[in-house]
Design a protein around this ligand. Sequence first.
Ligand code: FE2
Ligand code: FE2
Length: 224
Amino acid sequence: MIDNFITLLLARIITLFPNYLSLLKKLEIGVFFFCWRCYLEARNLPSGYGMLDEKLKEQALSEYNHAQIFCQLTGSKLNMSGAGLMNREEKQAFNWSFVEWDSSNESYQADGMSTRYLSAKIFFGFRTANSYDWEDRLAFMCVLEDFQHCFYKQLLRFVPPEVQEKLAPIIEDELTHAINLHASLWFISGVRRSSNLLLIWHTRRYLALICIPFDALRFALGIL
Ligand SMILES: [Fe+2]
Ligand SMILES: [Fe+2]
């Protein structure tokens, strides 16, 4: 209930910015890179993690599609294909997430989002997202996907029909991501520990939301 109200408010505010689709594009490509890196790491996990690598790869591809859809809606297109982005050498990891959108001449460092926004810093406790272990990662990813699903649902009310049409399947995808992550967390941590972790990350999310207006102001001023 409270989440519906918060996301409704956020959706209203964000659509006041003419370049809100560009922000969503950046967020989606950031999620893609995070999932892809997690997939690369998860390939070395023991069998007790239940094919987590394949699940993360599947989510990464889905997030890439979301970024591509928002790109198309903003009239640009990612320079590289999903396969091209994914095949970047791991040894070039320092700048592998530097993205150029071809038609707008805009480039973007899609990495390090957990330390760029004040709200993200609060959420991640002034640590980087990938400094957490697998249990915490799955818990915060689940909380964020759940929130994103809720946010996009409210966003539908404020966007033009051509965006609504593209957004509808993305909303379904975000719900699927949240459900799959929840299932993986249960599998790895058990029901009780999962509930505790989710409670911690839901609480952090509320603390982070308090800082959103500050980030929105910086975005409006072109600082972010
Ligand atoms: Fe997404
Ligand atoms: Fe997602």
